[in-house]
Ligand binder design. Structure first.
Ligand code: KIV
Ligand code: ZN
Length: 561
């Protein structure tokens, strides 16, 4: 018989499914399994000291359920439980969780590890899928139920012997998404009955894992909705999700399954975990945050979290990782940069236009909420545009390039980036700006300019300029109706160039007594040619005349007197 290698997963029989028309408005409970599922999949698992630092970071972020290990798996794992408990390192409102297979000797060792803890969750699992039962365990369904029920009763008994500890129970039918739904339900009902003491206040956690992502996200949601609808005492269980990312859809699957009625999500920071990893909690949580949902987790220092996780796990966070990747909020292309620049400048209009405080093109969330700095937002390479370049100078140096000057600056920076053949830093942008507009090499050097109001008519200015033209000192004198027009007229006595200055733009650079003026002066030449010069000085007029000399220095060879 010839059969296909793969087949389309069967749909769940749920024609009146409700989840597609629901929306998420409240956050689920979050459970970090970094120190167990995440750690077991690291090429170099963390040592106890590293695990402790990671644990403390998770507590600081606000996680209240933290799976800290598999205490029966090794002495180190066991000792880590004992260290946290004996050295009183667990905040009072945090439940530590430990995983065990549903086997008597492992359960016994696991409960020993929990001794003396204030709040704990014992997490037992067994895989009820045909694939596991038949190919791995060689078991039949009744035997599997018997095993899970016996494990549950044993945990219940051992927990009852620890009256000072609030011990809860979590049960996972591993490979839930590859298991016949009706059988999963039968197994979970049997486990629930064996635990026998779940209440709405102290619910049993039914963790329904997509251990391997074998189905599309809508199937997971259907399975969760079906399970929630059919479980006998829904209000006495917490329905928990645990998805892996084999098809790259763990976040989508988790979100749809939350719509389907789940209450809790297990995952890891940046998706560490077996194979392609567990669902990434940083993405899940910040997705909800970006929609205005209070998550209970504080990612305002995400860069530091990423750095800590990288250091402790030895695994880098990918450049394009949502929220935390180096490029997560970076625009390289000119049109994106321009739009971001405009959007950020018009943020004040967002509340009235869009009914929300933050709405900016190409950025779905304010990077500052995650402690991300603006300097990383826009990166400059040969694809970058004038808006992005202006943004970099404004953000990093407070330089506000006038709109009309931006195209010329854009061309210069693009040519520079092409010539070096790589991304360029903001200091390189600044240096190119200085070199081309503020201190360009040319034929002229200003020695001094003395504007003096007329003794009788204060609107008339007598100007005297002393400058070098090709190294030769020259003096020009002329009048004007302001210091700048007198300067232009005086310069024209020295050099034979027909140009005018109608208006120009100034800004303050720096603050208080150290503030200087930066003048951006457009020099208009014959045939409509315009060249911008930029000058900086403590005196506004001197800044403008320096800008004019800088503009003239951008001219090529010419005839002068
Ligand atoms: O992926 C999984 O199914 C697990 C279980 C042990 C919960 O990690
Ligand atoms: Zn897992």
């Amino acid at each position: 018989m010839s059969v296909p290698k793969y087949k389309i997963p069967e749909m769940i029989d749920l024609p009146d499914r409700q989840w597609p028309s629901k929306s998420l408005t409240v956050a689920p409970q979050w459970c970090s399994v970094d120190l167990r599922d995440g750690n077991q999949a690291l090429p170099d698992p963390m040592d106890p000291e590293q695990k402790l630092e990671y644990f403390q970071m998770l507590c600081g972020l606000g996680f209240k359920h933290i799976e800290i290990g598999f205490p029966s798996a090794s002495q180190d794992e066991f000792d880590f439980f004992r260290k946290l408990i004996e050295e009183d390192l667990i905040p009072d409102d945090v439940f530590i969780m430990g995983l065990t297979q549903s086997r008597p000797h492992l359960i016994e060792r696991t409960l020993e590890a929990f001794k003396g803890c204030k709040r704990g969750i014992v997490h037992a699992y067994i895989a009820p899928s045909d694939l596991h039962m038949k190919q791995v365990f060689g078991m039949e369904r009744p035997q599997l139920i018997e095993t899970a029920v016996a494990a549950t009763k044993q945990i219940r008994e051992l927990a009852a012997a620890m009256p000072g500890s609030d011990i809860r129970y979590e049960f996972s039918p591993e490979e839930f998404t590859d298991t016949d739904l009706a059988f999963s339900l039968e197994l979970c009902e049997a486990v629930f009955a064996a635990w026998g003491k779940a209440t709405p206040e102290k619910p049993l956690i039914m963790n329904l894992p997509a251990t391997v992502e074998r189905r599309p996200p809508n199937h997971y949601a259907d399975m969760i909705e079906w399970f929630c609808r059919n479980f006998s005492k829904r209000d006495c269980i917490t329905v928990s999700l645990h998805s892996h990312n084999d098809q790259g859809m763990a976040v989508a699957a988790t979100e749809l399954a939350l719509l389907a009625g789940a209450d809790r999500v297990e995952g890891t920071l940046f998706g560490h975990g077996e194979r392609t990893g567990n669902v990434d909690l940083v993405t899940c949580i910040n997705n909800l945050y970006s929609r205005g949902i209070h998550t209970g987790i504080d990612f305002s220092g995400l860069a530091e979290v990423a750095e800590t996780v990288e250091r402790l796990t030895g695994m880098p966070v990918y450049y394009r990782q949502p929220y935390a990747g180096e490029y997560a909020f970076t625009a390289f292309s000119g049109s994106h940069q321009d739009a971001i620049n405009k959007g950020v400048h018009k943020l004040g209009e967002a509340p009235k236009r869009f009914g929300m405080g933050w709405k900016v093109p190409y950025l779905h969330i304010d990077p500052a909420d995650l402690g991300r700095k603006f300097e990383r937002l826009i990166r400059i390479n040969s694809q970058s545009g004038k808006g992005g370049i202006a943004w970099v100078l404004e953000q990093d140096y407070g330089i506000e390039i006038p709109k009309a000057m931006q195209p010329e600056l854009g061309k210069i920076i693009q040519a520079y980036s092409e010539s070096v053949g790589r991304e360029i830093s903001s200091s390189e942008v600044y240096e190119e700006f200085q070199r081309n507009f503020v201190t360009p090499h040319g034929l002229f050097a200003l020695i001094g300019y003395w504007p003096r109001p007329d003794d009788n008519d204060p609107t008339l200015i007598h100007g005297e300029v002393k400058m070098k033209v090709e190294g030769k000192e020259k003096i020009g004198k002329a009048d004007g109706n302001g210091p700048i027009s007198a300067f232009v007229n005086a310069v024209k006595r020295v050099v034979d160039i027909d140009f005018s200055v109608d208006d120009y733009h100034e800004q303050a650079i720096g603050e208080g007594a150290d503030a200087q003026a930066m003048a951006y002066v457009p020099l208009k030449f014959a045939k409509g040619k315009v060249i911008y010069g930029v000058g900086v000085d403590f005196n506004i007029d001197q800044a403008a005349v320096k800008a004019i000399i800088a503009g003239l220095n951008q001219l090529g060879p010419f005839v002068y007197m």
